[in-house]
Design a binder for this molecule. Structure first.
Ligand SMILES: [Mn+2]
Length: 471
């Protein structure tokens, strides 16, 4: 066991203490005592399963960028108030290429080699372990030693203080907007580096697919918990649902993949209802759009619209069945080689027919519109998006992938909905206040699709049976 016994001169310690908030009232001798007598903690030295796939990804990126430098920062801590910060959320591209590292780290491709620059936190035995109240080991825990990080990630590790000099005078692109110190030393390429990475991330490797499966399974358990606690849902309303799902997300993963939408009753008609503080009546629908972010950021994104009574009313069921039929049509349109746009078209056709069955269309005030356009008044949003280490994965190339075709390894959501606002004078009165969305997570395979979230029922009758079984 290595025991730290650092020796600092009086002058060095006095200089460090000077003006330090954390050092206030502390004598030089106490600070010296705080630098001595520590053993260094042990770190997991085992080979990390996430390293080999990242080595392969780095090789593909390196081949694509060639002689141009590339910096992929992990991002910085964001201040919440005073000396408190939001929980750190690693940069997606950094996690994808390097793995878990501390805030302030940056992965760099330069001169044919990858190097990880790390903002090393002051370890035990360093006076700054105590004096740096934001990052010191006394406050924040011990940092992973560079040699351990290097073996774990398969990368050469250098202190971040050397980064600016390493790229000085060189043409280096970067994922921008995450770390101001990186933005300051790189050229603004108009988002080209980020788009390159986003394109490569569209096709998931087997390691990523396993991570996505775990994130989906974790979310499914969260939905089951909500269904099991219907009495409390009705008693406490939306906040209870958010709290219970959050508990599952935090227990099974890093936490929530995004602020969930917990829409009770008419709140289900507000697409981004993030307030989640309303009541839920015993005959209301509960629209829950929620997902779990796993340890390497892979996320699930699932929506179910549940009757908290256990049974849909006639009007709720009529709307629900239209949305379900639209989702089934969209899912049937997803297969390798099919146009990405096909799913949205298939769903829209079913929604138009369904709105006609519901007596919503045709509407005299919308007679001048193509029915597909008129239906958008109630279907509102696109059919889905790519899913991965970001919930809206590879969003910076959404225009590109939505013009393309599905390929094996794509992971995406299919999420049609219908929303009848209580304030919508052109919706039939008995439908006002009903909002329904059904969202599943789908993997494109060699010969079709796998619905990753299929463990959650989506047909109305199956939802009712499932809720009855869990009650
Ligand atoms: Mn979604």
């Amino acid at each position: 066991m290595m025991v730290v016994n650092n020796e600092y001169s009086d002058a060095e310690l006095d200089e460090l203490l000077e003006g330090r908030v954390r050092g206030r009232g502390m004598s030089r001798d106490l600070l010296r005592a705080m630098t001595q007598g520590w053993s260094q903690p042990r770190f997991d030295e085992a080979q990390w399963a996430g390293m080999p796939p990242r080595v392969a990804r780095r090789a593909r990126i390196a081949a694509a960028v060639g002689d141009t430098g590339l910096i992929v920062p992990n991002g910085t801590l964001r201040r919440r108030s005073n000396d408190l910060h939001y929980p750190f959320r690693p940069g997606t591209d950094h996690m994808w290429l390097a793995g878990p590292t501390d805030a302030g780290s940056a992965l760099v491709w330069l001169d044919g080699a990858w190097t990880l620059y790390v903002d090393q936190r002051p370890p035990l035995g360093d006076p700054m372990a105590l004096l740096d109240g934001t990052r010191g080991a006394i406050w924040d825990g011990s940092p992973v030693p560079p040699e351990v990080l290097s073996r774990r990630l398969g990368l050469e590790v250098r202190p971040v203080e050397e980064l600016a000099e390493a790229v000085a005078g060189r043409e280096a692109h970067a994922v921008r907007g995450l770390d101001p110190s990186i933005d300051a030393i790189t050229v603004d390429d108009g988002g080209e580096a980020e788009r390159l990475l986003a394109r490569m991330r569209l096709i998931k490797d087997p390691y990523e697919i396993e991570q996505l499966r775990d994130a989906v399974d974790a979310a499914v358990q969260g939905f089951e918990a909500i269904a099991r606690h219907r009495a409390e849902v009705i008693k406490h309303g939306e906040a209870f649902v958010e709290g219970l799902f959050t508990q599952h997300a935090r227990t099974r993963g890093r936490g929530l993949a995004y602020t969930p939408v917990v829409g009770g009753g008419a709140n289900a008609t507000v697409l981004h209802w993030f307030t989640n503080d309303g009541p839920i009546g015993s005959d209301d629908l509960l629209l829950l759009d929620a997902g779990v972010e796993g340890p390497e950021l892979y996320s699930s994104d699932i929506t179910r619209t549940l009757p908290v009574s256990g049974q849909y009313t006639v009007a709720q069921r009529d709307v629900y069945d239209v949305v379900h039929a639209a989702q089934a049509a969209a899912l049937a349109a997803v297969r390798p080689g099919a146009p990405y746009a096909a799913a949205g078209v298939a769903a829209a056709e079913v929604l138009v027919a369904g709105l006609s069955d519901l007596g919503v269309l045709p509407h005299p005030a919308l007679a001048h519109l193509d029915p597909l356009q008129a239906a958008r008044r109630w279907s509102l949003h696109a059919i889905g998006h790519m899913l991965g280490a970001d919930v809206h994965d590879s969003a910076v190339v959404a225009d590109e992938y939505s013009e393309g075709t599905y390929a094996p390894g794509h992971c995406l959501t299919i999420e049609p909905g219908l929303y009848f606002s209580p304030h919508d004078q052109w919706a039939p009165e008995h439908l006002r206040g009903i909002g329904v969305r059904i969202e599943d997570d789908v993997l494109v395979t060699e010969d079709g699709i796998e619905v990753l979230s299929q463990a959650l029922p989506s047909r109305a009758a199956d939802v009712e049976t499932w809720m009855g079984d869990l009650a």
